[in-house]
Design a protein around this ligand. Structure first.
Ligand code: 13P
Length: 254
C-alpha cells in the first residue's frame, strides 16, 4: 500500500505573516504522518520560519533549487542551503519553470540528482500542453520528460522520488482532467517506470495528480488506483481547504 502524499504548491503567493498564520492553523490538523504525507511548498525565504513551526505531521518543501552547491549563480538557491534548513521536499520541473523560465529536461535531471544528494525528496512534475493532448501525443511527451529526468537515477534512489502528473491545460484553469483521464495517464507513467526499472519500483513509486484539485473533486481523484495523492495550487492557499484535502487522503488508507 502506497502512502498518499498531499502537497500544497503555494507558488509565488503569501507574505510571511500570511504563511505563519496558515501553518499555525493547519499544523495540528494534519493526518498522522505515518498514514499520509502532508507537505507545503513555499517560497524559499520562508523555509526557516516554516520548518520551525511544521509540527509533527506537516513537512515543508521548496519550489526549485539550482543543481550546483555553490558558485557565481546570482539569484539561485542551492540544495545545500535548503538542506541546512531541514527542508524535506522540493518541486522539480514544474511546468511554470519549464514554460516561463525555460527549464530543460536536462536541467530537471541535474536538479533531481542535486536534491537526492542532499536528501531532499524531489517531486518531479511532468505534463502535456493542450495541443499535445489533442494530437494524441500525451504519452510521448510524458515518456520523453520522464526518461530524461530519471537518466542515471538508480532503482534505490527511486524510493525517494515522487512523480506529479500535471496536465498543463488543467493548471489554474478550473478544468480538471476527469478522474479516469488522470488515472490513465498516471497508469501510463507507472507502466513506463516498470519498463525503466522493475515491478517493485513501479508498484511503490508514488504518483500525484495536479491541476485544479479542490475539496469538491479530491475524493473522486484519490479513489483511482494509480493516483496516490495531489499536488494542489490555488486551493492549497486556503487553510480549511488544505485541511480537508489532507484528511481526504486518510480515507484512502483507512
Ligand atoms: P492549480 O491547483 O491552481 O490548478 O495548480 C496546480 C499546480 O500547478 C500545482 O503545482
Amino acid at each position: 500500500m502506497r502512502k498518499p502524499i498531499i502537497a500544497g504548491n503555494w507558488k509565488m503567493f503569501k507574505t510571511r505573516d500570511e504563511a505563519l498564520y496558515f501553518i499555525l492553523k493547519v499544523s495540528t490538523m494534519m493526518p498522522d504522518i505515518d498514514k499520509v504525507d502532508s507537505v507545503i511548498l513555499a517560497q524559499s525565504p520562508l523555509m526557516r520560519d516554516l520548518v520551525k513551526r511544521q509540527g509533527e505531521n506537516l513537512r515543508i518543501g521548496a519550489q526549485n533549487l539550482y543543481y550546483e552547491d555553490e558558485g557565481a549563480f546570482t539569484g539561485e538557491v542551492s540544495g545545500q542551503l535548503l538542506a541546512s534548513y531541514n527542508v524535506d521536499y522540493v518541486v522539480i520541473g514544474h511546468s511554470e519553470r519549464r514554460n516561463i523560465f525555460g527549464e530543460t529536461d536536462q536541467e530537471v535531471n541535474k536538479k533531481i540528482k542535486a536534491a537526492l544528494k542532499h536528501n531532499i525528496l524531489p517531486i518531479l512534475c511532468v505534463g502535456e500542453h493542450l495541443e499535445e493532448r489533442e494530437n494524441l501525443q500525451t504519452n510521448q511527451v510524458l515518456s520523453t520528460q520522464i526518461t530524461a529526468a530519471l537518466d542515471g537515477i538508480s532503482k534505490e534512489q527511486m524510493a525517494n522520488i515522487v512523480i506529479a502528473y500535471e496536465p498543463i491545460w488543467a493548471i489554474g484553469t478550473g478544468k480538471t482532467a476527469t478522474s479516469d483521464m488522470a488515472d490513465e495517464s498516471c497508469g501510463f507513467i507507472r507502466d513506463l517506470v516498470k519498463t525503466l526499472y522493475d515491478d517493485i519500483v513501479s508498484d511503490t513509486i508514488r504518483i500525484q495528480y495536479g491541476g485544479s484539485v479542490k475539496p469538491e473533486n479530491i475524493d473522486e481523484l484519490l479513489s483511482k488506483p494509480n493516483i496516490d495523492g495531489a499536488l494542489i495550487g490555488g486551493a492549497s492557499l486556503d487553510p480549511d481547504k488544505f485541511i480537508y484535502m489532507a484528511n481526504a487522503a486518510l480515507k484512502r488508507v483507512e
